[in-house]
Design a protein around this ligand. Sequence first.
Ligand code: MN
Length: 238
Amino acid sequence: MTVIGITACRRFEDYRQAIVHAGGDARPLDPSMRVEDAIAGIDGLLLTGGGDVDPSRYGEPAHPAVVAAEAGRDEFEIALVHAARARQVPILAICRGVQVLNVACGGALVQDIPTQLRGALAHSLPAPPHESTSIAHEVWIEKDSLLSMLMRERLLDADSCDVNSRHHQAVKDLAGGFKVSATAPDGVIEAIEDPTTRFCLGVQWHPENFWRTGEFRPLFEGFLGASAEPRGARIHGS
Ligand code: MN
């Protein structure tokens, strides 16, 4: 069975369920592990949500609204990104995960959307009384992206879909070699991907919360499919 390493976080169960419902085997990865051991036993890497990446990682002083992640996560997860990319292990990155992915590959973040982006939509819907699957805004998906290919049968009006949203940070300066694959109507970057690797995709919303109803199951199935392939066998789009 295809083994997906999932980085430890407070809301682990939805990520695990999303992988299991797509046919994968979930393995928790936490910062007490050696990176070499963590990467050795997995076919795909799922980077999960959580607190903010320390802005010193992209050379900026911290905005007062920055909330640190659990100790050790930045270092461990950034090292995991490098190890996975070196070994052509597929990566799916969610919320904090897309921020980790972008910073690990040389990008920078908007540190606090409400105070730094004038006119931005509400991207940080509180949890209760909202359901984790409450729709916050739509995203516009770039044609000819991996994301668009995966989601093509679920898209509204050919190129948009409705998403939940629980983030106060977002990609600002895109990592070299990556492209933006979705934006919110206010211009906030909602998904990025590396078109030169077979599967390296990050989304800013929480597709894993929808595991019961399956709106984003194609994302997880595509990730599982890429993870099951022999390494180096195929580059997406070629
Ligand atoms: Mn959002």
